[in-house]
Ligand binder design. Structure first.
Ligand SMILES: Cc1cc2nc3c(=O)[nH]c(=O)nc-3n(C[C@H](O)[C@H](O)[C@H](O)COP(=O)(O)OP(=O)(O)OC[C@H]3O[C@@H](n4cnc5c(N)ncnc54)[C@H](O)[C@@H]3O)c2cc1C
Length: 336
């Protein structure tokens, strides 16, 4: 059933109080036909919503929100080393990670406790603690809104990049991702390149397991990041900027403490959190919008900030960064 003037406050992790003109909870793939047989007025403008943890609504949505709730996990391929799972886009991401660990599978344990749904994971190629989800996705299945048909893209066609994919570019707002295929290993391949994880491996006297990594990451995330149930936020608001070797040379001269990582000989990823914190804007507040006291990259809603206020605050932060370092920050959060 299509609902009218539906409130989205509980459906976005910033907790912004906005409404959508029309709302539809998509629970089964068969419902897509029902939906697209509706009167044209409902289908003029469409936005798909998952867990609402990477989105900032700056005003009421003047169209149809399709809330993806397609569930289900099925085995589609198996050999002695790998298992491929086809997962409904509406499955909760963290619950899915825990499910794979229970099944003795390895790959996505470093991505534990990222909020949101499975269907959004390929969109920005979620990543954390040295792992990106692209390395475990074999296929993405979606409904193409204009062509009115189910289609698939394999891993290469998804064109994954740093917090990027075809779904943020040529297919942006054109598809409803319905299922994601994950190829996971039956053998534990640990990724502990990230600083604090190295320490864990050193401390642990018994053999390290995928569950240990997951538990450790859950602990770190709980201590460092605000829980959206208590403090509205959407995780990192900006991407870490990528700069050239000549730019990093200049930055390290001016700011010897700067945090950055080498990608290749000409590309360096700079910690956006460090850039913001170094200007003195960690824990900074303007009205009900602010940066989180423990992580400057996270913009928070102290209580009743509107989407517009949060957007203005993010503009203020990126202007300060531009004026200080001549670096233009790009939003990681989707603004509507
Ligand atoms: C505390 C916190 C920590 C976070 N940490 C991380 C992190 O470590 N790494 C990271 O990468 N991200 C992180 N995030 C961001 C966020 O959790 C992820 O981007 C997540 O994948 C978003 O999922 P979602 O279902 O909430 O997406 P939504 O916010 O609902 O949607 C995000 C975008 O995807 C589109 N979309 C969603 N589902 C579909 C679908 N089925 N079909 C088509 N389009 C769709 C929406 O239209 C929107 O543009 C964090 C967020 C929070 C609040």
């Amino acid at each position: 059933m299509i609902l009218k003037n539906y409130n989205l406050k509980a459906l976005n992790s910033f907790g912004v109080d906005v409404k959508t003109k029309y709302y539809y909870a998509l629970q089964k793939i068969d419902d897509i036909n029902f939906l697209f047989n509706q009167k044209k007025q409902f289908l003029k403008k469409i936005l798909v919503l998952g867990g609402g943890s990477n989105i900032l609504f700056t005003k009421d949505y003047d169209g149809l929100i399709i809330h993806n709730q397609i569930k289900g996990i099925e085995k589609v391929e198996e050999n002695k080393d790998f298992l491929t799972l086809r997962v409904g886009a509406g499955e909760n991401w963290h619950k899915f990670v825990l499910y794979t660990l229970k099944m003795g599978l390895s790959g996505i344990e470093n991505l534990s406790l990222i909020p949101g749904c499975v269907g959004a994971a390929p969109i920005q190629n979620i990543g954390a603690y040295g792992v990106e989800v692209k390395d475990f996705i074999s296929k993405v299945e979606f409904y193409h809104i204009k062509e009115r048909k189910i289609d698939k893209k394999n891993k290469i066609e998804c064109n994954f990049g740093y917090r990027d994919s075809i779904f943020k570019k040529s297919l942006k707002n054109k598809v409803i991702i319905t299922h994601v295929y994950f190829k996971l290993s039956k053998k534990f391949n640990k990724v502990i390149s990230y600083g604090t994880l190295k320490e864990l491996a050193q401390k642990k006297s018994t053999e390290l397991k995928a569950e240990d990594i997951s538990n450790f990451i859950i602990e770190i995330r709980n201590s460092k990041l605000p829980n959206p149930e208590n403090i509205g936020n959407a995780g990192s608001f900006f991407k870490n900027p990528i700069v050239s070797s000549s730019k990093i040379e200049k930055l390290t001269k001016d700011y010897p403490q700067i945090i950055y990582f080498k990608i290749d000989n000409n590309n360096y990823k700079v910690s956006a959190g460090w850039l913001i914190e170094n200007i003195g804007l960690k824990g900074y507040r303007k009205g009900d919008a602010g940066t989180y006291e423990k992580q400057a990259l996270v913009i928070i809603n102290h209580s009743n900030a509107s989407g517009k206020e949060l957007l203005l605050f993010s503009n203020f932060i990126s202007e300060k960064v531009l004026n200080t370092y001549d670096i233009k920050l790009e939003n990681e959060v989707n603004i509507y």
